[in-house]
Structures are given as structure tokens and as C-alpha cells.
Design a protein around this ligand. Structure first.
Ligand code: SAM
Length: 407
């Protein structure tokens, strides 16, 4: 059976907001719908709606929505929790206690307080023609600049607010170059992984079936990593919601760097499922300059090195961010067999026809098993990879660790 993909359409949202209004529960829109309310137009699909309301109104809200088939899906009332119904509607509740000055104090899931300034509640917007209360543009910027790492949709939301309201964006909410400097290799992968995620290819399916034991079995059945509780783990080019949440379930502090927003969204879905925190960063494995030197105990790099032509660039970056004594675990194509698939079986063996040249581009059609039962609805560009010779892999790793920054 297909799982219902959550989506909060404008008509569903208007229905909910009318319900809150009719029962005298004042709510203020936060998050993506909050931005679109300010913009008075829906600029992108929304998985859910984020609402801010008074803690005092939470019992009434819960009663009202329980009668309509909603139940707590995540988090814990009264402060921070998600209510969902079976039909794909999700309401992310941020309940605050107002102080004498009208600031809203929000106790987050980890027990820390976030203060919504009183001014923030002055926003007014439109959803589906309905006049609504929403966070002000400046408070939206403030919220986006703290607590989590912006991904593509956040950059876009913030740019739109800047365009419409002239708000100033802090540097962390500004793209480095608007994506303009992305080279062809990066662009190809962004497009391809977007399409693969749409087609639900195996590498884009989050793991929702893990517990601590199976997380160990999945990542490291031989327990070579040792204890990972409290360790800083970089899951490199590892989007998709698999390894990241496995490490998080084992108690590690996890950062994911991946070039694909679609893949990072899968990580966000998996993190929400397990109620764990992930630091999600959209970026290229060849440029980790946004990460500090020696900031990770483990760099976990699933199959992806072959998506870039020069492995040594990545090794140097990994060596820079890895702490002394840290572990770099990576998977890559066999230098000799890369690109060979079932179709290449001659009856006696696999014939090596392609030149054994470092950085050589190798394209091939995806094997059908990566889509499982479901064939993609749209044509997906071929897999484009690059050969890394054994010499490059071995010497590249040695050069990486010989870099003075790694000592
Ligand atoms: C085969 S998936 C590996 C991770 C996935 N969790 C898995 O287990 O299958 C390859 C990942 O590499 C990412 N990727 C491709 N090129 C990249 C690049 N230049 N920098 C960062 N990530 C990249 C893709 O977006 C994709 O998420």
C-alpha cells in the first residue's frame, strides 16, 4: 500500500484556520506557510503547517483536532509536538507562554527556550484569500538564522522576503554565489538526484525500520568504529535518510553534507520519524570550507566518490575536517570494474573495454533494481561516474593525511 505523503494545501489550511477561529484559538503561522502568508501567495508545496499559540490553548486545540482524527505523531505536548491525521495533514505545534511584554517563550524539544519577540506576532498575511496572523518578516529571518542549517528552500524563502519586504539577511541565510558557480559535475548530480528521489530509487528511500541494534548491524556489524555516543560524525554525500539517522540513533552528533536538497529532505523526514537531530548542509563534497578544521571524529562516506572526477580533492577536504586519530570510512567503485553491470556478462566473464585512466568519465544506464517494483514515470539521465585508479585512491589518501593540517 502506498503511504500518504503529507501535504498541507491552502484549502486544507484555510479549513483548519477557520476551525481555530470559530473556537477562539488564536494562532500565528510560522515556518513555510508563515512565509507564504506574508507573500500572499503559495510559492511552494508545504508538508505541514507550523503554528504558534498560547500553551493555555493547547488542551482545547488537542481536543478539537482529536475529534477530527488527529493524534500526536511526534514530540510531547504541551510545548512542541506534531499532530497528524491519517489523510496526510500535519500540524506542527509551537506553544508559547507569553511574558508581560508580549514575548512568546517557547520550550523546545531539547528543553531549551527560544523567545519569539513581541514584535514578531505583528505579521499579517493571506492564505487562500483568508486574512491570517503570521510571524513578521524580521522574525521569520531571526528564526531561520538560528537553531538549524538552512537548505535550498530556506534560502529561497528568505530571498523572497528580502525582495518583498527589504529585510536584511544575515550571511548564513545568503547563498555563497546563488549556485552560479556550480560546475557541470555538480549540476548534473543535483538534477539526477532530484529525479532519482522523485522516482523513489533505493538510495533515496529513508530507513524507518531502525533501532539501536539494527543501526549497528547496518553501519558496522563488526563494531570496528568503537563507541560512537557523543562523537561528531560527518555523513558525507550521504543524503537519503539512511546512515545519518543510524548514527543519530547510536548517540552521535550527526552532520550531513549532500549536494541534493531532495536527498537532504529525506534525512529530515527520517530525523522527524525518530525524533533525532541532524545538522543538514547542502554542499559539494569537494568544498567543505564551511566546516571547521578537525571537527569530526568520523567521516562516513557512502558510495558517491565516483560522482566527482578528482578523488584527491575530496580526500584533502576530509583530511582537513577530520580530527587526529579520526576514522574515514568510504565506499567507492572497484577501480577496474566501474561501470560494468549485468548486461556486460559475456558468459565467461566481464570484459574490460574502457580505458584505465584516472578521472575518465563513464556513463551507463541504471540497473532496473534500483527502482524496485516501481519504474520511473520520467526518463532519468544516465549514471555519470568517474574512474579513480588504484594508484589515485591509495596515494590520494596518503597525500591527504600528509597534509600539514592533519598533523
Ligand atoms: C548513492 S547516494 C549515497 C548515500 C545514500 N545515503 C545511500 O546510502 O545510498 C549518493 C549521494 O551523493 C550525493 N552527491 C552526488 N554528488 C555530490 C557532490 N558533488 N557533493 C555532495 N554530494 C553529492 C547525491 O546527492 C546522493 O545523495
Amino acid at each position: 500500500m502506498m503511504e500518504t505523503k503529507p501535504e498541507m494545501t491552502s484549502s486544507a489550511l484555510v479549513e483548519l484556520l477557520e476551525l481555530f477561529e470559530s473556537t477562539a484559538i488564536p494562532v500565528c503561522l510560522d515556518g513555510g506557510w508563515g512565509v507564504d502568508a506574508l507573500l500572499q501567495t503559495q510559492t511552494r508545496p508545504h508538508k505541514d503547517v507550523d503554528i504558534i499559540l498560547s500553551v493555555a490553548d493547547v488542551p482545547k486545540l488537542q481536543e478539537l483536532l482529536t475529534m477530527r482524527g488527529f493524534a500526536v505523531r511526534e514530540g510531547k505536548p504541551p510545548n512542541s509536538f506534531v499532530l497528524a491525521n491519517g489523510a496526510g495533514l500535519e500540524v506542527d505545534v509551537h506553544a508559547v507562554t507569553f511574558d508581560d511584554d508580549g514575548n512568546g517563550i517557547y520550550r523546545m524539544q531539547k528543553g531549551e527556550d527560544w523567545i519569539y519577540p513581541a514584535e514578531g506576532f505583528s505579521g499579517r498575511g493571506l492564505v487562500g484569500g483568508m486574512s491570517v496572523r503570521c510571524l513578521s518578516p524580521t522574525t521569520q529571518v531571526l528564526c531561520h538564522a538560528h537553531g538549524y542549517v538552512p537548505v535550498e528552500k530556506d534560502f529561497r524563502d528568505m530571498e523572497l522576503l528580502k525582495e518583498c519586504f527589504g529585510v536584511t539577511l544575515p550571511s548564513r541565510l545568503q547563498r555563497k554565489d546563488g549556485g552560479a558557480s556550480m560546475d557541470e559535475v555538480a549540476k548534473y548530480n543535483v538534477e539526477r538526484w532530484k529525479a532519482l528521489a522523485r522516482a523513489n530509487a533505493v538510495f533515496t528511500r529513508p530507513r524507518f525500520d531502525l533501532d539501536k541494534d539494527s543501526a549497528w548491524e547496518y553501519l558496522d556489524p563488526q563494531r570496528r568504529l568503537g563507541e560512537v555516543v557523543g562523537k561528531d560524525v560527518l555523513c558525507l554525500a550521504a543524503g537519503g535518510g539512511q546512515q545519518s539517522v543510524a548514527f543519530a540513533l547510536l548517540g552521535a552528533n550527526v552532520t550531513v553534507v549532500d549536494i541534493s536538497e531532495a536527498q537532504l529532505r529525506r534525512d529530515a523526514e527520517a530525523a522527524a520519524h525518530y525524533n533525532v537531530n541532524l545538522n543538514l548542509l547542502q554542499g559539494d563534497m569537494r568544498d567543505l570550507s564551511h566546516l571547521s578544521e578537525k571537527s569530526f571524529d568520523i567521516v562516513w562516506h557512502p558510495y558517491s566518490l565516483n560522482f566527482v572526477p578528482d578523488a584527491r580533492v575530496v580526500f584533502r577536504e576530509v583530511a582537513r575536517v577530520l580530527r587526529v586519530g579520526g576514522i574515514y570510512h568510504f565506499t567507492c567503485a572497484n577501480p577496474f570494474f566501474i561501470g560494468l553491470g549485468r548486461k556486460d556478462w559475456s558468459g565467461d566473464g566481464y570484459v574490460l573495454r574502457l580505458p584505465y585512466v584516472d578521472g575518465a568519465e563513464i556513463t551507463y544506464q541504471d540497473e532496473s533494481w534500483i527502482y524496485g517494483e516501481e519504474n520511473p514515470d520520467e526518463p532519468i539521465r544516465k549514471c555519470k561516474e568517474y574512474r579513480h585508479t588504484l594508484n589515485t585512491l591509495v596515494n590520494g589518501l596518503i597525500e591527504g593525511v600528509s597534509n600539514p593540517l592533519c598533523n
